[in-house]
Design a protein around this ligand. Structure first.
Ligand SMILES: Cc1ncc(COP(=O)(O)O)c(C=O)c1O
Length: 387
């Protein structure tokens, strides 16, 4: 993934208007941070298609059936205008019943949903305390928010609570909002959810939990790691649909007042064409599959256990999840290792700052049903050579 300036057409002589952009790209290349798009190739060790549903015949059939019943490809407008389709509403009702939340609201992507949550809900005078490793989409919302934001280390409930008490002592009068992921996307570790909800209860705070990587994989029926918190008045969860569910979009699971507020005040919801009704149909089918095909989760759990055993001799610690980071530190080193693995037929990606903190560039292994135990063993052999 390391591109050279010549590959990237950085000749600013030809584009003087964009000289600043070219300079920036050149700088990224010099620092081993340049990104280029590559065709999909090799054994999947990098996707978030944890249950192998994205290309499944079952979801393809759901789309075919939806087309046959007349569901349209495009929504034709914002949900608040003509874009509100019965498929969106059916999905939201079924998802609320599935996750046990009072309501859900379907967004076109998890990125927009997270950004909308943080930009819209906390008000001026409120405090957003967030884990240091939250996803870029939550940071986007933080940038747009009128509330003050503060990072509180990683998986450190004590620091979160202290941030709230310090803020109250300093005269903070508004509401605290705590923003975390339940399963961290680049580390594969879990948030201390029970501690966080206790803090939220003690301090009249709202807990916002991004379940992007836990949805479909963990919890009863794949309902996620925060499944037993849905329906609480002070908890909002986000279930993205583009990872284990194999589709696209995201469901905000929240009390009704939060949904109503997002519909009235959430700019990313209001001023945007509604997601494809066909995609809503596919997500409905995917949610049904979570219940009817629990063996997918069982097979994934067995593969995760197999990977832990296969990687242990290399000193790679298990995370207890499908996401396994191998932290190499140096950006160029991580990208070179990824290139070597790709040359051996494994689609392993290097992850660099700003996606992860400086000095923690890594390989991110992702275990999905798109591989079998033999592929994991072969990957372990390749890693032994490359590392
Ligand atoms: C933790 C987390 N939240 C949100 C998102 C954004 O979701 P989407 O891909 O649906 O935009 C991602 C995507 O990578 C993610 O990893």
């Amino acid at each position: 993934m390391i591109g050279t300036p010549s590959q990237l057409s950085l000749e600013c002589e030809n584009a003087p208007l964009f000289a600043t952009l070219s300079d920036d790209l050149r700088q990224l290349a010099a620092n081993d941070r340049i990104r280029i798009l590559k065709p999909r190739a090799g054994i999947d060790i990098s996707s978030n298609d944890y249950l192998g549903l994205s290309h499944s015949a079952l979801l393809a059939q759901a789309i075919t059936d939806a087309v046959a019943r007349g569901v349209s490809v495009g929504s034709g407008g914002s949900r608040l205008l003509r874009g509100n389709d019965p498929e969106h509403e059916a999905l939201e009702e079924e998802a609320a019943a599935y996750f046990g939340s009072e309501t859900t609201l379907y967004f076109a992507t998890g990125y927009t949903a997270n950004a909308a949550l943080l930009a819209t809900l906390p008000q001026r005078g409120d405090l957003i305390i967030h884990d240091a490793l939250i996803h870029a989409s939550m940071h986007e919302g933080l940038r747009l928010s009128r509330a003050q934001g503060v990072a509180a280390g990683h998986n450190d409930p004590t620091r979160i609570e202290r941030a709230i008490t310090d803020w109250r002592t300093a005269g903070g009068m508004g509401s605290p909002w705590i923003a975390v992921e339940s399963l961290y996307s680049m580390d594969g570790d879990r948030a201390p959810i029970a501690d966080l909800v206790a803090i939220a209860d003690r301090h009249d705070a709202v807990l916002m939990i991004d379940e992007a990587h836990a949805t479909g994989v963990f919890g009863v029926g794949g309902r996620g790691l925060a499944a037993d918190l849905d329906g609480r008045p002070n908890v909002i969860t986000l279930r993205t649909c583009g990872k284990a569910l194999g589709c696209e979009g995201a469901l905000v699971c929240a009390p009704r007042v939060v949904r109503d507020f997002l519909v009235n005040r959430g700019r990313a919801f209001i001023f945007s064409t509604a997601p494809s009704p066909l995609m809503a149909s596919a997500v409905r089918a995917s949610l049904r599959l979570l219940d009817t095909e629990p063996e997918r989760r069982d097979r994934l759990a067995a593969l995760i256990a197999h990977a832990a055993t296969a990687l242990a001799p290399l000193g790679i610690a298990p995370t207890g999840s499908q996401i396994i980071p191998i932290i190499l530190g140096n950006d160029a080193h991580a990208m070179a290792a990824a290139d070597s693995l790709q040359a051996r037929g494994f689609d392993v990606r290097g992850i660099r700052p700003p996606t992860v903190p400086v000095g923690t560039a890594r390989l991110r292994l992702s275990i999905t049903l798109n591989v079998d135990t033999a592929a994991i063993d072969a990957l372990a052999d390749a890693l032994a050579t490359v590392l």
